[in-house]
Design a protein around this ligand. Structure first.
Ligand code: NAD
Ligand code: UDP
Length: 311
């Protein structure tokens, strides 16, 4: 039984990870300040003897003897991370420092949930890990993008300077059950709007692309990364390379929900990337042939079933 700390464990991805590790029999601590996460996401785990939850802010030091740390604490949706931009940077940077100090002190392995946003509005397509990105350092998305980039720097420096065992995954747009209804990201917005027969809000012309990964595939990739060869630090992309325009996504969701919703066009947010698609060759080669197994239509069906049960 490994002692595993998951920061941001009450959020969308974190709660799936908590569940998988608890059911595997590991000793799991979920640390969260419930900013965008919810106790509802983890309440079914509270009866397990190998699960505990701690209300704590990752910007403050925390100590527990652990073997592995998954560092996920950080709001991930643009509306939430821009709500208090300075807090978002502190969460990424101070959170990384606090968790890396803990990893160094307890000799734990630590995995950082980084993001495709480190590539910014990419000029290389699909995005490969060696690409350094095209990020605006002073825009409205910068608190998130630059915070995550700085966290990657800290991970590499703790590794080089102190020999901390690190892992960095760059997560591409991930969706699935347990996203918050008010999350603000495109798939949850469109599904909730379609189920309520409300207008579907397309930002810009809807020609921008994203590649959507179902959450179970991501969790599988993260767990494989944690147990991969210690010399393989990443960064490694985890995403589904099937690419769609936002308009295609909206039409698919309307069709699958048999919704009467109409499309309405709103302003494109500042610095919204035009295209995004991962190259996953590095993950395939180093994570035992890992690749996504759940394609968009099947993942949407599961996610629509989830939202239909709560809206
Ligand atoms: P989420 O908002 O559902 O989860 C984030 C969790 O972190 C929440 O439970 C929140 O309450 C917690 N949190 C935020 N600030 C905190 C703080 N200061 N102290 C303690 N807890 C704090 O988002 P998610 O989609 O589950 O994302 C999880 C991680 O994965 C984030 O680090 C995000 O950057 C990364 N990521 C997600 C995606 C995606 O598409 N979902 C893509 C790239 C990267
Ligand atoms: N988007 C949209 N309507 C919405 C929410 C998002 O058209 O109601 C667009 C958004 O502008 C972006 C894409 O969908 O181009 C993905 O947005 P999301 O916030 O999910 O993720 P990110 O921009 O971080 O990839």
């Amino acid at each position: 039984m490994k002692r595993i700390l998951i920061t941001g464990g009450a959020g969308f991805i974190g709660s799936h990870l908590c569940e998988r590790l608890v059911k595997k029999g590991e000793d799991v601590i979920c640390l969260d300040n419930y900013f965008t996460g919810s106790r509802d996401n983890i309440k079914h785990l509270l009866d397990y003897h190998n699960f505990e939850s701690v209300r704590q802010d990752v910007t403050k030091p925390y100590y527990a003897e652990v073997d592995e740390i998954y560092n996920l604490a950080c709001p991930a949706s643009p509306i939430h991370y821009q709500y208090d931009a300075i807090k978002t940077i502190k969460t990424s940077v101070l959170g990384a420092i606090n968790m890396l100090d803990l990893a160094r002190d307890t000799n734990a392995k630590i995995l950082q949930s980084s993001t495709s946003e480190v590539y910014g509005d990419p000029s290389i397509h699909p995005q490969i890990e060696t690409y350094w990105g095209n990020v605006n350092p002073i825009g409205e998305r910068s608190c998130y993008d630059e915070g995550k980039r700085c966290a990657e720097t800290l991970f590499m420096d703790y590794h080089r300077q102190y020999g901390v065992k690190i892992k960095i995954v760059r997560i591409f747009n991930t969706y699935g059950p347990k996203m918050s209804q008010n999350d603000g990201r495109v798939i949850s917005n469109f599904i909730v709007q379609a189920l309520k027969n409300e207008d579907i809000t397309i930002y810009g012309e809807g020609e921008q692309t994203r590649s959507f990964q179902y959450v179970d595939d991501l969790i599988d990739g993260m767990m494989r990364m944690m147990s991969s060869n210690v010399a393989f630090t990443g960064p490694v992309n985890l995403g589904n390379p099937n690419e769609f325009t936002i308009l295609e996504l909206a039409k698919m969701i309307i069709e699958m929900t048999q919704s009467k919703s109409k499309l309405v066009y709103k302003d494109l947010p500042m610095d919204d990337p035009h295209q995004r698609k991962p190259n996953i060759d590095l993950a395939k080669a180093n994570l035992g042939g890992w690749e996504p197994t759940i394609q968009l239509r099947e993942g949407l069906r599961r996610t629509i079933d989830y939202f239909a049960s709560i809206v």
